[in-house]
Design a protein around this ligand. Sequence first.
Ligand code: KG4
Ligand code: ZN
Length: 333
Amino acid sequence: MATILGIESSCDETSASVCINGKVINNDIATQAIHEQYGGVVPELASREHQRNIVPIVDHVIENAGISLKNVDAIAYTRGPGLLGALLVGSSFAKSLAQVLGIPIIPVHHMKAHVLAHFIDEPKPTFPFICLTISGGHTQLLRVNSHLEMIVLGETIDDAVGEAFDKSAKLLGLPYPGGPIIDQLASNGDPGRFEFAKSEVPNLDYSFSGIKTSILYFLRKEMKQNENFVEDNLNDLAASIQFTLIEMLVKKLKMASAQEGINQIAIAGGVSANFGLRKRLTEEAKKNNWELHVPDFQYCTDNAGMIAISGHFLFEKEQFGQLTDSPLPRMPF
Ligand code: KG4
Ligand code: ZN
């Protein structure tokens, strides 16, 4: 039993959270709006914003939890994967604070933490379960055997699905991050209106780089006839793009469930906030007799609640880090 302070700074969200005896008490997130105008995350600006946000956000969660720093038993932080400069801010802060307080640090793998977000709220999945982990940087199908044992069944060989959402949105002239905007527009569009080529890859792997090219050529052709084609068909384009991406995700998820003989299915990561995907999976769960686990919205995209709960499980196994650990932008799974 322990009090863990969690810190997340892998990309463009600065977040802190307190977890006491396995219960996540709070989860504060400072989203960096500055990147919107650049059409993507600018690494240097992200680091600067983390630097600005980290002290107030940590102070706030400690105060909000009704504790003082002296009550914290360990500090869990995201070691990777992520942007080097962004990770450096969180990890340096976590290490310095831990050294001052004389407590251990717990390095956490960001993608594993997305999966462990399922252990914040009820109902929690039981082991083993299949988790489709979908974010801006990753797309993985995992077999989760325990809190700390996860096996990669398949993954993307190129772009992540979140990247496919964001790049498609950019082609439609939408701001960054485009995933949530596509989701919103898609709810008023016809998903069967346009068809885009899906790349086929063997086994349980994915490939999302082709769809972007397919959309680009399609738009170029249509815009020769009507230069306002995108504006005139925005909802249907968003719905059709989203439908294609969801089809690809669901196909391999069904294959993974059949291959492993597991009907406990979970989704995690930023793209798991997608309304269309949630709706489709709810239908698939009924059809296939799945027990479906979908995280609360605040725990889908990057957050420190998932880092703090991961810290709780790693603390139990005494999996502590060293002050000499450096951030790992491409941290192996
Ligand atoms: O997990 P996350 O917050 O950060 C990474 O670890 O990458 O995921 C961010 C990704 C972005 O690509 C964003 O566009 C996507 O998640 N995303 C969505 C939705 N909300 C966030 N994609 C589709 N529909 C959404 N509602
Ligand atoms: Zn993430």
